[in-house]
Design a protein around this ligand. Sequence first.
Ligand code: PLP
Length: 410
Amino acid sequence: MVIYLDHNATTPLDNSIGRIINTYSRFLYGNPSSPYQIGKISRAEVEKSREKVAKIINCRKNEVYFTSGGTESNNLAIQGLLSYFQKFGKTNTKKRIITTEIEHLSVLNIFKELSKGKNKDYDVVFLPVDKSGFVKLKEFKYSIDSNTVLISVMLANNEVGSIQPIKEMVKIAKSKNKNIVFHCDAVQGLGKVRIDVKDLGIDMLSISSHKIYGPKGVGALYIKKGTGIYPLFFGGHQEKGIRPGTENLVSIIAFGYACKLARENLERNIAVMTALKEFLKERLIRELSDIINIRINSPEKNCLPNTLNVCFKGIDSEILISLLSKQSVYVSSGSACTSDSLEPSHVLLAMGIPESLAHNAIRFSLGMENKKRDLIRTVKKIKKIILENNLNFNKTYNYSNKDINGTKNK
Ligand code: PLP
């Protein structure tokens, strides 16, 4: 039996959503833009779904724009805003744009791209984080100057789970200049943290369906009314011309239902995942501390309820992942987007974790179908793998714990 512990990469489809997809795919084939009945029914379903998405983040229905997922939402938000400024901006001064060093690659690589070239149009700031993965608010405050036009900070980190104080950051930013546009990548926060865009005070927010037990290839961008966005590509009038193309009808409907389920079950899901994570952490420490040094990389507080990032010191995570996978236990070393690269995690490096140790990181990201018995079996399998393959030969070395908060002996 498979034990899937990689829900931050993607979640399995919820059974009820699978049934919705089957039913709608068979019967609802109309183009939402068509004038006859099947088209009108499709349009009505898209709009019902928009309402469900709006409800989970507490915005108005007409502020939700469907996209193909988190990556596209992030690109539309950041690049769409900057090209709007280029088209309609009044001044030609070099603009400052701010992000963090621990963003998902779908944000980080846009900012890296914008920081390249001889005639840089942008003054790009990558904010550092502390050793628990949080942006330092003082540095954040000082990074904002009068030319700052855009700030993009993720709500929750996909690798370690740190949740940024977005509301406080927005307050700081807007008190310096109320015209700064604040974008937030909330792909990992959705369904695990209560999200209220009005309360946060943000201007744009990205979400994705496949992280909340919905289908892949669909997501949304919240754009606060009045925020200037220029489309990334051109076509018909769909999504008010901001994101043209025939709607991904059935996936959009399914995404709406996934949002409804996530909203209705939020408190319960948080409680279940928190308890599971605590159980896993305690088991790992109890069962493995004698044979291996363990370092917990996820913060104790203000962390996603399902995410536990752990270093098994001296054990190459790729080896452990591969041996676990042979026994049908699926975990990852970090972001799914970088899992085929042998580079150490940029998030762990930004947190000050030495490169050699960053190669020892395993991310457990739990989901609603996981049970305690899955976690007990997982820990047993890890122990067996370590002992049978003599992976803990390094344990005899005397580690310098100078910059490592080992959990052993705690
Ligand atoms: N942002 C974060 C924080 C993510 O974790 C991911 C996916 O892992 C994305 C964006 C990209 O979302 P999608 O896979 O829907 O393109």
